[in-house]
Design a protein around this ligand. Structure first.
Ligand SMILES: [Zn+2]
Length: 296
């Protein structure tokens, strides 16, 4: 692929400082961009404002810089891009791909129970489609995407062929929440397109979102980027290391050590003696060999 066509990104949520797990995703996206001679951007995903921690965004940028991971353009903040998301939602409403929903969580639970279904998907309920045919006089609370009954296939550069039947497994998913917060899926799709992202490289825990994002891209007439879902650093409980299961903030005093741990998770060999720049250059070369196999 031509170097000029590659743009990648790291998109942290500022719910706290970077930790060893989030550094793995940052390093993976940076290495993939460098291995392709492409651009690397940082996007602060602060769209879910109730979960954001004041100052965490700038701390994350400092931590990245201490690790030698400096974006090629000024970062963008999703909280400043509501007009773009509204315009995408308007487009989806106009084309019939989005509809208003009046349901509370309790309404959805009751409707699922009436159908004899209580299936939970993570903490989210599979929406039973109550408002697909209209609100029947109830006030709109949020907006949902109208899914179609067909399995969607996509190719992951590391995981291979993936498939999800979004209507059956996820249901009509939220685009704008009851509290006015833009849904992650819509914001990511709009921003990836607006920033010209050619390659999404992120942690494997996010792979499950990809089918929904491809559906949104298609409904909005946007290109689908290539996807690579990188290995995760697991915590002591075998789950992805996160702030919730005790991940400590990255130690800015030892950035090379932190990078070496992240590189090991990605399957890269330890860097020879030298500084951060030498280590990053060496891993970029290794990355080119490990992860740039043809997709199809
Ligand atoms: Zn509803």
């Amino acid at each position: 692929m031509a170097a000029a066509s590659y743009t990648g990104r790291f998109a942290p949520s500022p719910t706290g400082p970077l930790h060893a797990g989030s550094l793995v995703a940052a390093l993976a996206s940076w290495l993939d961009a460098r291995a392709h001679g492409g651009r690397w951007l940082v996007r602060i995903e602060d769209v879910d404002t109730p979960r954001c921690v004041a100052g965490a965004d700038h701390l994350i940028l400092q931590q990245l810089a201490a690790c030698g991971l400096v974006p090629d353009a000024p970062p963008v903040w999703q909280s400043q891009r509501g007009a773009l998301y509204q315009s995408a939602l308007d487009q989806l409403i106009a084309s019939g791909s989005a509809y208003a929903c009046a349901c509370s969580r309790r309404d959805i639970e009751d409707a699922l129970a009436a159908l004899g279904r209580s299936r939970e998907r993570h903490a989210e309920l599979v929406y039973p489609g109550t408002c697909r045919a209209g609100l029947r006089g109830r006030p709109a609370r949020g907006w949902r995407f109208r899914t179609q009954p067909s399995p969607l296939q996509w190719q992951d550069r590391r995981l291979g062929r993936q498939q999800q039947d979004v209507e059956r497994e996820v249901g009509d998913f939220i685009l704008r929440r009851t509290d006015g917060v833009w849904a992650y899926q819509l914001a990511v799709v709009v921003d990836d397109a607006a920033q010209g992202i050619s390659d999404v490289v992120r942690g494997q825990d996010l792979a499950d979102n990809t089918a929904r994002q491809i559906l949104l891209q298609r409904a909005l007439g946007l290109a689908t980027p290539r996807y690579l879902h990188a290995p995760l650093l697991l915590g002591p409980n075998g789950e992805k290391l996160s702030k919730q299961n005790g991940a400590a903030p990255l130690d800015l005093g030892h950035p090379l050590l932190a990078l070496q741990q992240a590189a090991a998770v990605l399957g890269l060999a330890a860097a020879a003696a030298g500084g951060i720049a030498d280590a990053l250059a060496g891993w970029s070369r290794q990355w080119r060999d490990f992860y740039n196999r043809p997709c199809d």
